[in-house]
Design a protein around this ligand. Structure first.
Ligand code: ADE
Length: 250
């Protein structure tokens, strides 16, 4: 049995996980609710970080100071960047980078001063476990969501990818912005607003971390429309399914 922190940025991503934790009790710190309970035989601390890198970093620091997690998982949605990733696919981050950070020319672009790196590596065991759990979740999607919803969102046979997730304090909602990110960081699979910040805090504390993100949109001109429909109809199913299975495998 391990103590595992599960972070999500928004309510829809965490609600069904909390519903699976019958013995949860809440502690409020810095405007956040930390839900303590059990899931799949592990102690779990589940928390909503709020949106953005600062919200993610604050949450991760509080988690470490108050709850001493042995593993930290981030589960949520992201915008797809690479050509081969589609809405409904799942990305497990092997590395996370802050795409809007630059202390150049003092440090190479994207490098976090004082760390010697721009790409924070996820824990290999967590990546493996989340990949297996995500592969299981995508096969369940047609049973969790109606055929009509799948058609409306244009989801077909979602797949699981592993690779770089980039984070920044911007919701990417134009084709021009996502193209600029693709050109700067061609290996980036997905863009979100928290993973790399949480990865950096976990690196500071030496805690194994990984992020798993379902693609709600393609970070283009339609991103805000796709994002809202996806959150309403699909995201909550995925997060709960992936986290439950991952904890079972850990
Ligand atoms: N999370 C989900 N979609 C996103 C996008 N397009 N940009 C940044 N974060 C996201």
């Amino acid at each position: 049995m391990a103590r595992i922190a599960v972070i999500s940025a928004v309510h829809e991503e965490l609600a069904e996980i909390l519903a699976l934790m019958p013995d949860e009790r809440v502690q409020r710190v810095a405007g956040r609710e930390f839900w303590l309970g059990h899931l799949q035989g592990h102690e779990v601390v589940a928390v909503l970080s709020g949106i953005g890198k600062v919200a993610g970093a604050t949450t991760a620091a509080i988690l470490h100071e108050r709850f001493a997690p042995q593993y930290v998982l981030f589960t949520g949605v992201a915008g797809g960047l690479a050509p081969g990733v589609a809405v409904g696919d799942v990305v497990v981050g092997t590395h996370c980078l802050q795409h809007d950070l630059s202390a150049a020319p003092l440090f190479p672009r994207w490098e976090v001063p004082g760390t010697g790196t721009s790409r924070f590596a996820a824990d290999a065991v967590l990546v493996q476990v989340l990949t297996e759990a995500a592969r299981d979740a995508v096969t369940w999607l047609p049973k969790l969501v109606s055929a009509e919803t799948l058609r409306a969102l244009g989801l077909h046979r979602p797949t699981v990818h592993r690779g770089l997730i980039v984070s920044g304090d911007r919701f990417i909602t134009s084709a021009a912005e996502s193209q600029a990110l693709r050109e700067a960081l061609p290996e980036a699979l997905a863009v979100d607003m928290e993973s790399a910040a949480v990865a950096q805090v976990c690196w500071d504390y030496g805690t194994p971390f990984a992020a798993v993100r379902t693609l709600s949109d393609r970070a283009d001109d339609e991103a805000h429309v796709d994002f809202q429909a996806f959150m309403r109809d699909v995201a909550r199913h995925y997060s709960a399914r992936i986290v439950r299975k991952a904890l079972n495998l850990l």
